[in-house]
Ligand binder design. Structure first.
Ligand code: FEO
Ligand code: CA
Ligand code: CA
Ligand code: CA
Length: 585
C-alpha cells in the first residue's frame, strides 16, 4: 500500500522492491539489458572470450573486469547526440577466482598479467539503431587502456626523484593504470579516471624507514590483494619503493583520440581517488571535486589557474597541471573552508618534511591532516547539480566513526559506527547558473542519512519514503538534466538486500525522497550511472555480480547475466530505457 501513496516526488516511475535475487530488477515499464560485459570485444579484431584460462594478450583487446565509472561522450561534431557516441568505462578490479576455470593452467606471470590487463579503461563506440543500443564492431575508437599501457605524468610532481624507478629514471613515464574506480568528464570531452585502492596491487615489505615509510603506510600499503609482486618485480616495494608513488593519481584520457597517451595529472593530488567531478566556476576556471575513499579521509577541490576555452580544445589539458588543490574543513556552524595544499604555506614546510610541491602532492593525506581537513566517513562520488549548482558528496559508511581517536563524531559525521552512510550537500556562494565554486568558503548541510527510517538509528529520509525507497551505503552519484539526483549503493548486501539505484529531487517537496529504480543481482554493487543528454537512456554498471563470500568460478552466487553453465558471472554495463521511449524519471 505504501508504494501507491501519492508522492511529493517529481519522479513518477514505479518503485522496485527491496530484495535479493540472482537476477536484476528494473522499474515496471522499462527495459534494462546488458550492452557489454567482461570479455566482449573492444578493439577491432579482438579475440573471443575463453574462460578456460587467462590470456593477457586476448584480455588487452576485450572489455575488462570490475566495470565502475561510465561516461557517455557524444562525438565532437554532434555534441547533443543521444543516439551515438563513445562510452568510456573504468575497470576497478579483476576477480581471478570468478574469471577462469583453470587459472593455474598457465604460468603465474601470465595469470598475473591477465589480471593486470583486465583493469584500466575501455573505450567503445555505441549507437542506437532500430530502437536498440549496440557497440560498433571494428570501430576505430575501440581501445583498451590497461595496467600495462604507457602513459605520461604531468604537473608539479612529474619528473620528481620520488617518481623515478629503475625502468624509468625520468619519473615521467608510467606503465599503466589500475584500481580505476569512479571518475568524471571534462568540459572539453576527455575523461578523468580515479586510481583508488592501489595498495592492493603491491607486495613485499612496507619500508619501515626513509621517506616512503609514512607515505606508504598512510596509503594502506601492505594489505595486498594481488600476488603480482611475486611475478612482476615492479610491484615489489622492496625492489621498487617508488613504484607505488606512480599510482593513486587522476588519469586524463581522450577517448576521441585513440593514439593519445593518457596523462596522470599530479596537480590533482595523490590519494585513493574515487571520482573527479568537474564544473566551470562563474569565473570561467575549472573546478574539480575529488573524494579520497577511505575511512577518515578527506574531500578535496582543485581550481585551475587559467580559464576553460573550448575554442582551444587541445590546450585545456594544461588547466589540470596548474592550479590549487585544497582540502575541506567542515565546521559545526554549517560553514566549510577550503584549505590550500600549497608548499611553503602554513605547516607544509621543510620542517615537516615537505621540500617541494611534489612532496605535498605525493603525500596529500599527511598534508591534509596537518592543515586540519575534516576526516570523513569515506568520501566517494561527488557531483554538481546542473540546475542549481549545489554539490553532493556521498559518504558511504564508516564503522570506525567514534571509535578511532582521529575520527570523533562531529557535525559532518554525525553518527557513531556509521553503517549506512550519508550524503552531504555543499553550497557554494552565488546563484544557480553563477555559483562561485572557486570560493574559499562554502556552506554545507546534511542531505540524507542512510538506513531504514523505520528502524535504523539516526536514519533521516523524507517522511513519504516507502518501505522500498530507503537506501544504505550511497556510493556513485549522477544527475539527470532536470537536476534530479540518482544515487547508487554499495553495501546493502550486508543487510540481506540487493544494491540499487535510487532517484530523488534535491529541491521542493520531494527533496531527498529517494525512490528505488533498479536493483542489482546478488553480490553486485551498482556503479557508473550516466544519462544521455535527452535522459532517454540510462547506462549503469553492475560490478562484481555473484561475488560473495565463498563464490568461485565453479560456484558463484549467480551466473548473471548469461546464466550459462559454461560462463561465470560477468560484470556488465546495462542500458535502461522506458518502453514508451520517454525520458527516464
Ligand atoms: Fe571503488 Fe570507493 O569505490
Ligand atoms: Ca565507489
Ligand atoms: Ca558520478
Ligand atoms: Ca564502492
Amino acid at each position: 500500500a505504501a508504494r501507491r501513496r501519492p508522492s511529493a516526488s517529481s519522479l513518477g516511475f514505479t518503485e522496485v522492491r527491496h530484495g535479493l535475487d540472482e537476477v536484476h530488477e528494473v522499474s515496471d515499464g522499462h527495459t534494462c539489458e546488458p550492452l557489454i560485459a567482461w570479455g566482449d570485444p573492444v578493439v577491432a579484431g579482438a579475440a573471443p572470450l575463453d574462460v578456460r584460462r587467462p590470456d593477457p594478450e586476448a584480455q588487452s583487446t576485450q572489455f575488462g573486469h570490475g566495470n565502475d565509472f561510465v561516461a557517455f561522450l557524444p562525438h565532437r561534431g554532434q555534441p547533443h547526440s543521444s543516439t551515438r557516441g563513445l562510452l568510456a568505462v573504468n575497470h576497478e578490479h579483476s576477480v581471478g577466482k570468478l574469471m577462469w576455470a583453470e587459472p593455474g593452467a598457465v604460468p603465474p606471470l601470465v595469470r598475473a598479467r591477465a589480471e593486470l590487463t583486465a583493469q584500466g579503461l575501455s573505450v567503445v563506440e555505441v549507437t542506437r539503431v532500430g530502437g536498440s543500443w549496440s557497440t560498433v564492431h571494428g570501430s576505430r575508437f575501440g581501445r583498451r587502456i590497461t595496467g600495462e599501457t604507457p602513459m605520461r605524468l604531468s604537473g608539479p610532481a612529474a619528473g620528481h626523484a620520488r617518481l623515478a624507478t629503475s625502468a624509468d629514471r625520468s619519473g615521467g613515464l608510467v606503465l599503466g593504470t589500475f584500481g580505476n574506480c569512479s571518475g568524471g568528464t571534462t568540459p572539453w570531452g576527455t575523461v578523468l579516471s580515479g586510481e583508488e585502492n592501489i595498495h592492493e596491487h603491491f607486495g613485499g615489505a612496507v619500508p619501515t624507514a626513509g621517506p616512503e615509510a609514512d607515505n606508504h603506510r598512510r596509503m594502506g600499503m601492505g594489505a595486498t590483494v594481488y600476488d603480482w609482486a611475486a611475478w612482476i618485480p615492479r610491484f615489489d616495494m622492496e625492489r621498487e619503493p617508488n613504484e607505488p608513488n606512480r599510482f593513486g593519481w587522476v588519469v586524463e584520457v581522450d577517448p576521441h583520440d585513440p593514439d593519445a597517451l593518457p596523462v596522470k595529472r599530479t596537480a590533482l593530488g595523490r590519494f585513493k581517488h574515487e571520482a573527479a567531478a568537474t564544473v566551470v566556476d562563474a569565473s570561467g576556471r575549472l573546478v574539480v571535486y575529488l573524494g579520497d575513499d577511505e575511512r577518515g579521509q578527506c574531500l578535496y577541490r582543485y581550481v585551475s589557474d587559467g580559464v576553460v576555452d573550448l575554442e582551444q580544445r587541445s590546450r585545456n589539458g594544461e588547466l589540470l597541471d596548474r592550479g590549487v588543490l585544497s582540502v575541506a574543513r567542515f565546521e559545526s556552524d554549517g560553514s566549510l573552508r577550503w584549505l590550500p595544499l600549497v608548499f611553503g604555506e602554513g605547516p607544509l614546510i621543510e620542517r615537516n618534511g615537505f621540500r617541494s610541491q611534489a612532496d605535498v602532492l605525493i603525500e596529500c593525506r599527511r598534508a591534509a591532516e596537518l592543515l586540519g581537513g575534516t576526516p570523513l566517513d569515506r568520501p566517494e562520488d561527488v557531483e554538481a547539480n546542473p540546475v542549481t549548482g549545489l554539490v553532493y558528496a556521498a559518504m558511504t559508511n564508516n564503522t570506525l566513526r567514534g571509535k578511532h581517536r582521529h575520527q570523533p563524531v562531529d557535525a559532518a559525521n554525525p553518527r557513531p559506527e556509521n553503517r549506512h552512510g550519508h550524503v552531504v550537500e555543499l553550497i557554494p556562494p552565488g546563484e544557480p547558473g553563477a555559483r562561485h565554486h572557486a570560493a574559499s568558503a562554502f556552506r554545507w548541510e546534511l542531505f540524507l542519512l542512510g538506513g531504514d527510517p523505520g528502524g535504523d538509528v539516526g536514519a533521516r529520509a523524507h517522511p513519504d519514503t516507502t518501505v522500498d525507497g530507503w537506501l544504505s551505503c550511497p556510493d556513485n552519484l549522477t544527475f539527470d538534466s532536470r537536476g534530479r539526483l540518482w544515487i547508487a549503493t554499495d553495501g546493502m548486501g550486508k543487510l540481506g538486500l540487493g544494491d540499487g539505484l535510487y532517484g530523488c529531487d534535491t529541491a521542493g517537496e520531494g527533496r531527498a525522497l529517494t525512490r528505488q529504480f533498479f536493483r542489482a543481482p546478488r553480490g553486485a554493487e551498482v556503479c557508473g550511472p550516466c544519462f544521455t543528454p535527452d535522459d532517454r537512456t540510462l547506462f549503469l554498471a553492475v560490478q562484481h555480480p555473484g561475488n560473495e563470500g565463498g563464490s568461485t568460478f565453479a560456484q558463484p552466487s549467480t551466473r548473471w547475466p548469461d546464466f550459462s553453465p559454461d560462463l561465470p558471472p560477468r560484470p556488465a554495463v546495462m542500458v535502461a530505457e522506458r518502453l514508451d521511449g520517454g525520458p527516464i524519471g
